[in-house]
Design a binder for this molecule. Structure first.
Ligand code: HEC
Ligand code: HEC
Length: 433
């Protein structure tokens, strides 16, 4: 009898506690517009099928040796497990991507989860591909696609999203897919539009793709098919294949209070309160919308910079304010997509949270020893790690005030809860007990 009484009392106590957490969390989810991701609708089987084939097609690369999937492996969290990517000429050995004859890519291969969501309007770490839906206007590295009356409206009219516009660019990058000048017809093409034309010519020379395009675009005559159709099909595939909407967090937001356990709820509260994560990681996707500077360590070849620097958004806008700012990443399935940040500087979510705990001092304490193994194994050489005090000072100076002023305060037990939330509550298909 006594035992039953104690059991009942402790059950009441733990439910009572959960209520408090739920009440607090509700306040934050309302204030920060945190909503469940909905399953994308409108899947068209033929378009998806074409997109899937194209995503895995090496024929679209100059030297016919690399596909999108080589850097965005579905079974590796839609990435390649590398700090920074390896381009055409690289090879897979089991689950390791090796440099072989390939080139080092300046940045970490981004995960592809939920990129078809309407909140995603900027693509890439620096947001260089942008779509404004209400105006139906693109801003991209190719002028002919941009503005109110784009010269290549025949391409843009088929896109319909930033995600589709993005798919036009891996094939025009010499390091990623196009190949070195002199090595093939696509590499030698005079400009992007010529690349797109050759890619379509190669595809439509294959009976398989004549059939797949015809099935996906039955109303479009073959001579009117262009790279916009190619891009739309890939985006359609990505939208449906890499949708993550069935996480414990999503189910909790849909009203199932038992979808999160106590630890996950406490972690979610750290995310909202002392961690200040929600100051940047907001909206349905917990990110994806703005840009911010968080003093990320720089490793790898750097982006268009002889000092091996990567100034992020500044490279696109030229505005001082944008120096070292990168797109705030969305966080669904984050447990599956290590290494983290634009340079892949951190191998685990524990290290990411340590970065935020240390604030700008993280740059002085950056421990690159874990990544040296990957450098040796995958790249066959030691890649650059920024340690120059002046460069580090400039980056610290540019950091967001929350970060600079040490406003992020996380105790050890809060860290454990926060990491648990990131690792388990945000992973598609996971069930928490
Ligand atoms: C050589 C490796 C490599 C290949 C091949 C590659 N990607 Fe990527 N992908 C990357 C890297 C690295 C980035 C980040 C680049 C940047 O921000 O400058 C990226 C970014 C993206 C993004 C933007 C994600 C976001 O959150 O903004 C999408 C979408 C994408 N790739 C899809 C594709 C598709 C589709 C293809 C094939 C047409 C492809 N990738 C081929 C490495 C690769
Ligand atoms: C000032 C805005 C800001 C705050 C506050 C912030 N983040 Fe971030 N977060 C970013 C930006 C920007 C990046 C990408 C930086 C880069 O790539 O260099 C990022 C990257 C990440 C990544 C890596 C994502 C990936 O795909 O590589 C994780 C995980 C993350 N943040 C979690 C958190 C957590 C947890 C907190 C709270 C402790 C937090 N963030 C607070 C802006 C912020």
């Amino acid at each position: 009898m006594k035992v039953i009484l104690i059991l009942t009392l402790s059950l009441v106590a733990s439910f009572g506690h959960a209520d408090q957490l739920d009440i607090k969390l509700k306040r934050y989810t309302e204030r920060f517009f945190l909503k469940a991701v909905e399953k994308p609708t409108g899947k068209k089987v033929e378009l998806y099928k074409l997109g899937k084939e194209l995503f895995n097609e090496k024929e679209i690369s100059g030297n016919r040796n690399i596909s999108c999937a080589d850097c965005h492996m579905p079974e590796l969290g839609s990435g390649d497990k590398l700090p920074v990517g390896i381009g055409e000429g690289g090879k897979w050995q089991g689950k390791e991507r090796l440099i072989s004859k390939g080139q080092v890519i300046p940045r970490n291969s981004q995960p592809l989860y939920n990129l078809g969501h309407e909140e995603i309007t900027h693509m890439f770490w620096d947001g260089r591909v942008h779509y404004r839906k209400d105006w139906d206007v693109y801003t991209t590295p190719v002028e002919a696609l941009n503005g109110d009356y784009p010269e290549r409206w025949d391409i843009t009219e088929n896109l319909g999203s930033a995600l589709a516009a993005q798919a036009l660019f891996p094939i025009t990058s010499h390091e990623e897919m196009r190949g070195k000048k002199g090595s093939n017809d696509i590499a030698n093409a005079p400009n992007e539009e010529a690349v797109w034309k050759i890619v379509m010519r190669r595809l439509l020379a294959m009976p398989k793709y004549r059939k797949l395009f015809k099935e996906a675009y039955s109303a479009t005559p073959k001579n009117e098919l262009n790279i916009g159709h190619f891009a739309q099909a890939i985006a359609h595939f990505e939208t449906h294949e890499f949708a993550a909407y069935n996480t414990p967090w999503d189910n909790y937001l849909r009203g199932d209070k038992s979808a999160l356990n106590q630890k996950a709820k406490r972690g979610a509260l750290v995310f909202m309160e002392s961690g200040s994560c929600v100051a940047c990681h907001v909206g349905t996707l917990l990110g994806g919308r703005g840009f911010a500077a968080v003093a990320t360590p720089q490793i790898g070849p750097g982006k268009n910079d002889p000092r091996k620097n990567d100034e992020g958004r500044f490279l696109v806008t030229g505005r001082e304010y944008d120096r070292y700012r990168f797109r705030i990443p969305p966080l669904r399935n984050i447990a599956l997509t290590a290494p983290y940040f634009h340079s892949g500087a951190y191998g685990s979510l524990e290290e990411v949270v340590e970065h935020y705990r240390a604030g700008i001092k993280a740059l002085d304490h950056y421990d690159s020893s874990w990544v040296i193994n990957s450098f040796k194994k995958n790249f066959d050489k030691i890649l650059f790690v920024e340690t120059n005090p002046y460069m580090l000072f400039k980056k610290k100076d540019a950091a967001h005030p929350i970060f600079k002023n040490g406003e992020i305060q996380i105790s050890n037990s809060q860290k454990s809860d926060l990491v648990y939330f990131l690792k388990h509550a945000l992973t598609d298909g996971e069930q928490l007990k």
